[in-house]
Design a protein around this ligand. Structure first.
Ligand SMILES: [Zn+2]
Ligand SMILES: [Zn+2]
Length: 344
């Protein structure tokens, strides 16, 4: 019996990489630019922290170049010192001294996308239950043209607006959320796309949706649709673009100037019946418990509490922004460690 279990475990371990290869093979059919962002999430926390630091330095330099000294100063002060609540092995919370709230700031973007997750996850779960709909992640893209960023964004939003007025769309979707991602192709043309969590009423042939999208755009048929199996993970992936809607590391002074001109440009929104549902939604205790998970647990933790993962006492470590990536690295280099049960 024991041997059989071991054998099964071995088999399942061997099967896993094969599955991954299959998934890669399948995604090879998709637009490479669409899946690029999925690969990015594989990086370690220290790598991402270091990258945020570089992005902010880059942004501050560009701002100085444009004479936006106040903005540069705010970006520079944002998260310049942090208090990290940790057991030395696990990090539970990072409190910054100051937040700039600039829409391109990667640190503030992360906070914003966490807020969106906390707000919309219970609404989505309730919406799915009430309406018996299933979520899909739909990416809509458009052809690249010589146009400004503003024009490119307006064009895709207008097309999406038209799509929502089509009979096909209303028959198959009951609303959802959208977020905007804008990058540039190698010729410097804007590659603007919409990441949509759509609540699907029923199945349909993807080719039909493709022809609908072509009908409203006139020249674009490239889209990608995949079912969302775990709504928390699906939402996390989509709100990621709220924290980095643009490819900032490749930003030049002109890009920043153009962006500063885009006041009030919305990067995230709700649509269809989900829109009203989320406005009227008041979470019940059950919903709160359902989203809670680690997020609300971490909110209650303070210095001296036992780490929920290893039971060691938590303490506050104060450090500068330059020390944070190193601290992440140090934590990552530790062996995973045994999960110790409380002795009480
Ligand atoms: Zn900031
Ligand atoms: Zn711990």
């Amino acid at each position: 019996m024991k041997q059989l279990t071991l054998a099964t475990a071995l088999i399942s371990r061997e099967v896993r990489p094969v599955k991954t290869r299959l998934e890669i093979a399948r995604s090879a059919y998709l637009d490479k630019r669409v899946t690029k962002s999925q690969r990015e999430s594989k990086r370690t926390r220290s790598e991402r922290a270091r990258e945020r630091l570089q992005t902010k330095e880059h942004l501050a330099r560009l701002a100085v170049g444009l004479g936006e000294v106040e903005l540069a100063d705010k970006i520079d002060r944002c998260h310049s010192r942090v208090a990290v609540l940790t057991c030395g092995r696990h990090i539970h919370r990072i409190l910054p001294n100051f937040t700039c709230e600039f829409r391109l700031c990667p640190d503030c973007g992360r906070r914003r996308s966490r807020k969106l997750q906390n707000k919309y996850l219970p609404v989505m779960r309730a919406f799915m239950l009430h309406h018996k709909v299933t979520p899909v992640h739909l990416v809509l893209t458009q052809t690249h043209r010589k146009e400004s960023r503003k024009q490119s964004i307006k064009r895709i939003k207008d097309s999406f607006g038209k799509l929502q007025r089509r009979m096909f769309w209303n028959e198959h979707f009951k609303g959802g959320t959208w977020s905007l991602e804008v990058t540039k192709d190698k010729n410097g043309l804007h590659h603007t796309h919409l990441h949509i969590i759509g609540f699907r009423r029923k199945f349909f042939d993807i080719e039909l949706l493709r022809s609908e999208w072509l009908a409203v755009t006139g020249d674009s048929h490239v889209l990608n649709l995949k079912p969302i199996l775990d709504i928390a993970a699906g939402l996390r992936e989509v709100v990621k673009y709220v924290s980095k809607p643009l490819d900032i590391r490749r930003f030049g002074a002109d890009d920043l100037r153009e962006f500063l001109g885009l006041k009030n440009m919305r990067m995230f929104g709700t649509f269809g019946e989900f829109r009203n549902f989320s406005k009227d939604f008041e979470p019940s205790d059950n919903d709160a418990a359902a989203i809670g998970d680690l997020e609300s647990l971490a909110r209650d933790l303070v210095e001296g509490c036992a780490c929920p993962q290893c039971n060691e006492p938590l303490f506050d470590l104060r450090m500068s922004k330059n020390e944070l990536p190193q601290f992440y690295e140090q934590v990552e280099s530790l062996p995973p460690g045994e999960v110790r049960k409380s002795s009480h």
